[in-house]
Design a binder for this molecule. Structure first.
Ligand SMILES: Cc1cc2nc3c(=O)[nH]c(=O)nc-3n(C[C@H](O)[C@H](O)[C@H](O)COP(=O)(O)O)c2cc1C
Length: 306
């Protein structure tokens, strides 16, 4: 069973991924947050994020998001020029900024566009392709229609997050919809959605023993050692987990101090590190970490955790 770190825009940048890989580990493959082409341009920040020199020592698959082939082609050029032979296509993003442009989960409502994008991907014979999708935008029939199109193409796997785009993160993942999509697909399937504990991983493995992998996002932000713990078959207690988080924090903070400018930028970056780890730390300290506007105050709060 392969374990994937799901892409999380604003959280799992190259710095986080590298540090996670060194300190917590347990992950087979990381996905980059999606690259996009807005007004014919790709952000330099996103190019730096997938640059191989910034991703040394870990297995990275760059992800792209596009509404159709004209947006997709320049992104694939970039991925190929950076030296990658794999790419992941995002058919799941529910954020209105992307769906409003026909991308992500909205692309699920246009099987013709998915077909054209897959043809463009297939034309690039060096690229191995995977897809990450939701079960639909407004209805699970959309996911099924997409699966039928995808069945005509060669894919490494399809990662399915069984929520509809319009749900965003509300409700529970729909395991029945997942099961139907899995049965309809001729491709290896990866499960994604709401995995937060070793028991959650075990349950998915028990329910769907023929999966090719499990992809975890927010669960790993909250508990960076989750994949390692499951691989080792040894859960860590809160003290051990906090120690791993503090070690990740130390490395992330040192790099943030060296590479980011201004206290506000540094604090904003560090606050995203703690955001999902709220349950692990003292409430008052958490509040202080998230509210402070001074580095000195922030550092004191972190020291009080050790
Ligand atoms: C803040 C945030 C950013 C995300 N960015 C991406 C992204 O760039 N690409 C993508 O495919 N999914 C993205 N996702 C979705 C996650 O990869 C994942 O599919 C989703 O959170 C469900 O899995 P989880 O419950 O394990 O987190 C994002 C989710 C969140 C909350």
């Amino acid at each position: 069973m392969k374990l994937y770190f799901a892409p999380l825009q604003g959280y799992t940048d190259h710095l986080y991924r590298s540090i996670h890989n060194k300190v917590a580990g347990g992950i087979d493959t990381y996905l980059s947050p999606f690259l996009r082409c807005d007004g014919g341009k790709v952000r330099n920040k996103d190019l730096r994020d997938i640059a191989p020199e910034n991703n040394e020592g870990l297995d990275l698959v760059p992800q792209v998001i596009a509404a159709d082939t004209d947006e997709l082609a320049p992104l694939l050029d970039i991925v190929e020029q950076a030296g990658y032979n794999r790419v992941d296509l995002n058919l799941g993003c529910p954020f209105p900024l992307q769906t409003g442009r026909g991308r992500g989960a909205a692309a699920l409502t246009h099987p013709d566009r998915i077909e054209r994008m897959m043809q463009e991907l297939q034309r690039r014979t060096r690229l191995k392709v995977s897809v990450k999708m939701r079960s639909g935008l407004t209805d699970p029939s959309e996911g099924l229609a997409a699966i039928e199109v995808l069945n005509h193409f060669k894919l490494e796997h399809i990662a399915i997050h069984p929520r509809l785009g319009v749900q965003q993160y509300k409700g529970l993942p729909d395991r029945e919809a997942f099961s139907r999509l899995k049965e309809a697909s001729r491709h290896p399937i990866v499960y994604n959605g709401d995995i937060a504990s070793l028991e959650d991983i075990d349950e998915i493995v028990r329910l769907f023993p023929d999966l090719s992998g499990i992809m975890i996002g927010r669960g790993l932000l909250a508990r960076p050692t989750l994949a390692r713990e499951w691989r080792d078959g040894r859960p860590l207690d809160n003290t051990e987990r906090l120690a791993a988080s503090l070690e990740m924090h130390r490395r992330l903070y040192d790099t943030a101090l060296q590479t980011l400018q201004g206290d506000q930028q540094i604090l904003a970056r560090m606050q995203t590190f703690w955001e999902y780890q709220k349950p692990l730390i003292d409430k008052k300290v958490y509040k202080r970490l998230m509210k402070t506007t001074s580095l000195r105050n922030y550092e004191e709060a972190v020291r009080s955790l050790a």
